[in-house]
Design a binder for this molecule. Structure first.
Ligand code: NAI
Ligand code: MG
Length: 346
């Protein structure tokens, strides 16, 4: 049997880094089933050409034909564009990829990485402010804009279960619940309480070894920068998790290193945490390592541990050796040169 992988580079540097991840997967040979790549469209460029940011065909092929997928990055405009909606947010919803799992760790203090960072941000991926129910009205005092923030017990419970599961499998077994329920006591309060209750729902006491801490989101960012070693697994509602993972990326030198998977009960999609990086697109210097690590996370999630390990070891070696790195990590190499270095180690 082959491994069918949907490939959605989308926009900007997604088109540079996803092909690199593809090449790294191909280099794994018999450690994984024969990969079969299926190119799929989504993104701003697709929208400008076809009027649709996420073609139905892309969703159908992912659902019906693919075992997993790799997503690059989209360039979403900062202003409202009629008919446009971010395809990554939509894909996460369509495929019910409710957990966004983002490991952030340093392998090399020499490469500008804070030595004590080894954490996983577990971000709820389907609700919070990202339900995108916004409206603007005209009042006598000018415009007024509102957004709905949705937190449900169901989504908080399942992300809580994933977070406890991940914490339990790690050596430190420590979980921090991120919220702001001192201000948002109803929405964040529900998230906090629901996640807290998760261990009591498992009759066999399997999470007994996990210690639980809480941190308000603002001071969590502060403590993340001052004493990142206090964090092991962090579980957060969608928006806080988005912000926290970019902040954590700064501690390990670059967004170009940080991978993620969007995981549901039936599907997994690897995706670098970074965006389409318009400031460097086309220069050939985007860092492909986050995408290669995302491919590794995706393979690991599917149970292809050996292939995943090989990708991770190769990336870690390239970072540690620090002779072939892109400019975001103070190197002078190109995307292609970094890929070649990874392939050589594979
Ligand atoms: P960004 O993540 O694209 O870039 C932030 C900074 O990090 C830039 O200086 C960029 O050059 C650098 N950077 C990011 N990835 C890099 C890599 N692989 N190698 C080297 N340097 C890298 O965030 P920004 O600039 O806020 O957003 C740009 C666009 O990306 C926006 O249209 C935004 O909507 C979109 N975006 C899409 C995401 C997605 O598809 N999941 C996630 C975040 C942003
Ligand atoms: Mg983000």
């Amino acid at each position: 049997k082959s491994l069918k992988i949907g490939i959605i580079p989308a926009d900007g540097i997604g088109k540079e880094v996803i092909p690199a991840a593809k090449a790294a997967i191909e280099a794994l040979g018999s450690d994984i089933p024969q990969p079969e790549f299926i190119d799929l469209l989504a993104g701003w460029e697709t929208f400008t050409k076809t009027g649709v940011a996420l073609p139905q065909e892309t969703i159908d092929v992912l659902r019906n034909e693919c075992d997993c997928a790799l997503f690059g990055s989209v360039s979403s405009p900062s202003k409202k564009v009629v008919g446009y909606s971010s395809p990554i947010v939509a894909l996460r919803k369509e495929l019910d990829l409710y957990a966004n799992i983002r490991p952030v760790f340093s392998v090399s203090p020499e490469a500008g990485q804070k030595s004590t960072v080894d954490l996983v941000v577990v971000r709820e991926n389907t609700e919070c402010l990202y339900v995108k129910q916004e409206q603007q009205i005209q009042t006598e005092n000018g415009k007024e804009a509102r957004a709905t923030r949705l937190i449900t017990e169901r989504a908080s419970k399942r992300i809580g279960q994933i977070a406890f599961e991940i914490a339990n499998a790690r050596s430190r077994k420590h979980l921090t619940i991120i919220h702001k329920s001192n201000v948002l006591s109803i929405t964040d309060g529900l998230f906090r309480e629901t996640v807290r209750k998760v261990p009591s729902l498992s009759a066999d006491g399997k999470y007994d070894g996990v210690t639980v801490m809480e941190q308000l989101v603002d001071s969590a960012v502060y403590r993340l920068f001052r004493e990142p070693e206090i964090f092991d697994v962090m579980v957060a509602p969608n928006l806080y998790g988005d912000i926290l993972s970019d902040a954590a990326a700064a501690l390990v030198g670059s967004l170009g290193l940080v991978p993620s998977i969007n995981a549901g009960d039936n599907f997994v999609m690897g995706e670098p945490v970074h965006g389409s990086a318009p400031d460097i697109v086309g220069k050939g210097i985007s860092n492909p390592l986050a995408s290669i690590r995302s491919a590794a996370l995706m393979l690991r999630h599917l149970g292809y541990t050996k292939g995943a390990d090989r990708l991770d070891v190769a990336v870690d070696q390239v970072v540690r050796e620090a002779t072939t790195l892109t400019p975001d990590l103070n190197g002078k190499s190109t995307t292609q040169e970094v890929l070649t270095a990874v392939l050589a180690r594979l």
